[in-house]
Design a binder for this molecule. Structure first.
Ligand code: URP
Ligand code: ZN
Ligand code: ZN
Ligand code: ZN
Length: 510
């Protein structure tokens, strides 16, 4: 259910500016404690039992429930102009869906057309987002071409506009070649920015696509055939190698395959500082869906790198998250309706790439990770919120429940279930890749900057309520060598999880 609320003046939004969450269990990435949370004017002011609080404070009873930091989705594409069309979730509907699912901050990617000023593109996105975002948001920049001017603008964006991350593509028409990647990574290191990479070998993808189309393979099943696992793994390895030459920590977005995850681990073993992100889509479904006879169904599952046909992939990637071989999750929400996906009805390479996930990421990961016994609730918090806050340098303001942190909180009921469906989701898109999945774990209340935006399951967001959050350079998590050590493989006694059918020993009941 949802109640759309149009923008109201800020002073009228906070009639309820004091909130006490009582009797719940607070889950942070490092511990679970039984404490109440008192929030005033959007900020967590007190933690503990028997708090002394002003009269007139709203009280929510969280007995039997978990009180967790709001999710941070570091990877969305709202209103993204891509492959000849534009993604249908805009900053209003996308962030509303995020909040409905328990995510209280998103970080979107500013697309920069070839030759366009990065700063102009940044302002275009700020304009798109500022009046629409229902929760706080940050921005990454896409570096789609290379020049001295790009390097200068990267520096201005970092010093004056709250940007600390740049994504470079190794595929698509706007991919950078190895020399350009070298220069872009080097620029990131000088600025203390996070170098992000879409790792697929674009030249091989083009050749394979031509070959497949010539053979008459035109349907969505051709998508993965054109970009198999080793094409992803080769690019991960190459990106890691280039980054290491210029001593730049690297963030690999959307690790989609076991081969790519292994390439990342191998790079780390030889000393490369690399952070790996995977997606709700990769954890919750698989590439067999792209062979479905219905075009809408199969095309709806097309994204890049592709969902893998190896059915053991989702569980394996979840185990990689448990073992810290991968560090965090995003959604890569980039949604296209049936008619847009039909741009590729006769040619899989023209199917706009992208899937949903911003709304369901938290539930899907709880279901496939915590409920299935692979993750404990603390690790769930780390991979859905805290690590993103650390990587993009907004921790401890975001990503944890602590005095002084923003009042971004989810009251999570692990004992309730919901069934995901396009009929009930809050996204603009007409399909849901998780359709029919029953998920344990329901966000009953979602508090965004102290305001209850999901109230007993009822969505009550305010368009434009979210703020742009500046992401400062030199995140300690990325740039401190001491922290980099923590990325190295650890043998926490869980290194046999890949073989264990159900990691029961890791299960911590909430
Ligand atoms: O298929 C995808 N992933 N679409 C969004 C663009 C990107 O590469 O992240
Ligand atoms: Zn990408
Ligand atoms: Zn169908
Ligand atoms: Zn993406």
């Amino acid at each position: 259910m949802s109640t759309p609320v149009k923008k109201v003046p800020i002073h009228l939004q906070s009639a309820q500016n004091r909130l006490l969450i009582k009797n719940g269990k607070i889950v942070n990435e490092d511990e679970i404690v039984e404490e109440d949370v008192y929030i005033e004017d959007g900020v967590i002011k007190q933690l503990g039992r028997n708090l002394i609080i002003p009269g007139g404070t709203r009280v929510i009873d969280a007995r039997g429930k978990l009180v967790i930091p709001g999710g941070i989705d570091p990877h969305t594409h709202f209103e993204f102009e891509f492959m000849g069309t534009k993604s249908v979730d805009d900053f209003y509907q996308g962030t509303k869906a995020a909040v409905a699912g328990g995510t209280t901050m998103i970080i979107d990617f500013v697309f920069v057309k070839k030759g366009e000023s990065l700063i102009d593109a940044y302002y275009t996105y700020r304009q798109k987002a500022d009046d629409k975002a229902c929760c706080d948001y940050g921005l990454h920049m896409i570096v789609s071409y290379w020049s001295d001017r790009v390097r200068e603008e990267m520096s201005i964006l970092c010093s004056e506009h709250g940007i600390n991350s740049f994504k470079m593509f190794m595929a698509y028409s706007f991919m950078l070649n190895d020399s350009e990647l070298y220069k872009a990574f080097e620029a990131c290191r000088k600025l203390g920015a996070v170098a992000m990479v879409h790792a697929e070998n674009g030249s091989i993808v083009s050749q394979n696509t031509e070959r497949l189309l010539a053979k008459g393979v035109t349907g969505p099943e051709g998508h993965e055939l054109s970009r198999p696992e080793e094409v992803e793994a080769e690019a991960v390895n190459r990106a890691c190698t280039i980054a290491n030459q210029v001593d730049t920590p690297l963030y690999v977005v959307h690790v989609m395959s076991k081969s790519a995850a292994s390439a990342l681990v191998q790079a780390r073993e030889r000393g490369v500082r690399v952070i790996g992100e995977t997606l709700a889509a990769a954890l919750g479904t698989d590439g067999s869906q792209c062979k479905h006879p219905c075009f809408q169904h199969s095309a709806a599952h097309v994204l890049s790198p592709p969902l893998r046909s190896d059915p053991s992939t989702p569980r394996s990637l979840m185990i990689s998250l448990a073992q810290n071989d991968l560090q965090l999750t995003g959604s890569d929400n980039c949604t296209f309706n049936k008619t847009q996906k039909e741009l590729g009805i006769n040619d899989f390479s023209k199917i706009p790439n992208g899937v949903n996930g911003v709304e369901d990421r938290m539930s899907v990961i709880w279901e496939k990770g915590v409920h299935s016994g692979i993750l404990d609730p603390c690790r769930f918090v780390a991979i859905t919120s805290t690590t993103a806050a650390k990587v993009f340098n907004v921790y401890p303001r975001k990503g944890c429940i602590a005095v002084g942190s923003d009042g971004d909180i989810v009251i999570w009921n692990p004992n309730r279930t919901r069934v995901i469906s396009a009929k009930t989701h809050h996204q603009a898109v007409d399909f849901n890749i998780f359709e029919g999945m029953e998920c344990h774990g329901v966000p009953e209340y979602v508090v965004v900057n102290g305001r209850v935006c999901v109230d007993e399951g009822l969505v009550k967001v305010v368009e434009g309520y979210g703020n742009f959050v500046k992401t400062p350079v030199f995140p300690p998590f990325v740039y401190d060598l001491e922290n980099a050590e923590k990325l190295r493989p650890s043998n926490n006694g869980i290194d046999d999880l890949h073989q264990t059918p159900k990691g029961e020993d890791r299960k911590v009941s909430p």
